[in-house]
Design a protein. Structure first.
Length: 367
């Protein structure tokens, strides 16, 4: 990789010695995977950090989502949004369900709750909303709708690790919430993910499903896959979690610097953090709409200086080649999502991003 390249994110790392200490017992036990000591400890640490009663770890966030949809035995239509990472839509499709795309809110980019009810049919079984860029969905309104129509709610909470609303963790909204612990996320286990859920009876099912559906040596009640987090990844998570609050504080400083330079500029829309939210500063999305440069021009002018911003999320999942011609996959049916996808750019943000680089990025944009 280029030495002076500034990427959109950079993985946080614990001290090398701290990680070595954490994995030392694995050399003695030779117990490297299959829900060992580190795996169990990380689950406990996460329950504490997220203030949530039930957590199951997975190889990654995507498989956490696929497995919770499978464990809930969902078959039919699932209302979701196309302004998300490939994973959300693919998980619904790969589980044999049909995504029904709802448009998004133009300010916080989460599902537009006022448009959900019109999409509910007698085949609708669930809502899979996405907490976008750390912004929580309108969780109260979604809960009311879901109760009224007897729908499950499974949040894609990949962007909201550590986010709370009036002290309530994003792990505790809906029937379940999926988290990604990918290396690019605020909290990571190299690769990894988890699901939190309200119904404790799902625990056994999820643990079986991530281990080939095997329940006991001679008992295989489910057609499962392999999605177990290994001990080395769990150890990375244990270490990173110890330092997460400091990391979030450093991100906040970067976030504020961007805000002080870029807010109140006509044609530039920044993310607004709602009152009562403890934010995690995971992303710095900027919508360039009516600005003197288009999103693509800003992307190019930063790239020319070795600064890699990211067109995230672009394209909409409903515009993916793999879904071409499928009924219901129509980007023009969600015009707000399409407009945001065409105009949004995520600027680099990570704990150790130097102040001078943020200034350089802002200078280039404002020049
Ligand atoms: C990262 C991410 C995922 C997938 O998580 P993995 O751990 O990479 O499998 C899903 N949804 C969203 C919104 C994400 O950002």
């Amino acid at each position: 990789m280029h030495e002076n390249l500034i990427t959109v994110t950079r993985s946080s790392m614990p001290d090398f010695e701290e990680y070595c200490e954490e994995i030392r017992p694995l050399w003695e036990s030779r117990f490297l995977t299959n829900m060992g000591e580190k795996h169990l400890q990380l689950e406990e640490d996460l329950k504490q950090y997220l203030h949530t009663p039930n957590i199951t770890l997975f190889t990654n966030g995507h498989l956490a989502l696929e497995n919770i949809l499978t464990a809930m035995d969902l078959h039919g239509e699932i209302i979701t949004t196309p302004f998300t990472f490939a994973s959300t839509t693919h998980a619904i499709v790969r589980c044999g369900c049909t995504p029904v795309f709802c448009d998004i809110d133009p300010k916080d980019y989460t599902i537009d709750v006022s448009k959900i009810e019109a999409l509910i049919t007698d085949r609708t079984v669930a809502i899979v909303p996405v907490h976008v860029y750390g912004n929580l969905c309108d969780v109260e309104a979604i809960e009311v709708l879901a109760k009224k129509h007897h729908l499950k709610v499974i949040y894609d909470a990949a962007h909201t690790f550590g986010v709370t609303k009036n002290g309530v963790s994003s792990a505790n909204f809906g029937d379940a919430a999926m988290f990604s612990f990918h290396a690019t996320k605020v909290f990571h286990t190299i690769e990894g993910g988890a699901v939190s859920y309200q119904d404790p009876s799902l625990r056994t099912k999820l643990n079986d499903l991530k281990n080939f559906g095997i329940h006991g040596p001679e008992s295989v009640p489910d057609v499962g896959g392999n999605a177990k987090m290994n001990e080395f990844c769990a150890a990375m998570g244990i270490c990173n979690l110890r330092h997460l609050d400091e990391e979030i504080e450093k991100r906040k400083t970067v976030y504020r610097q961007y805000c002080s330079r870029l807010s109140a500029v006509p044609g530039i829309q920044l993310n607004t953090i709602r009152p009562g939210i403890r934010f995690n500063y995971a992303y710095f999305p900027v919508v360039f709409d009516g600005y003197r440069y288009t999103r693509d021009e800003v992307f190019d002018l930063l790239a020319a200086q070795n600064i890699l911003a990211r067109k995230y999320f672009y394209p909409l999942t409903s515009a993916f080649d793999c879904y071409k011609g499928r009924p219901g996959f129509d980007p023009s049916a969600t015009p707000v999502a399409r407009r945001i996808a065409d105009h949004v750019l995520c600027l680099p943000i990570y704990a150790d991003l130097p102040e001078a680089v943020v200034d350089r990025i802002c200078d280039s944009i404002l020049r």
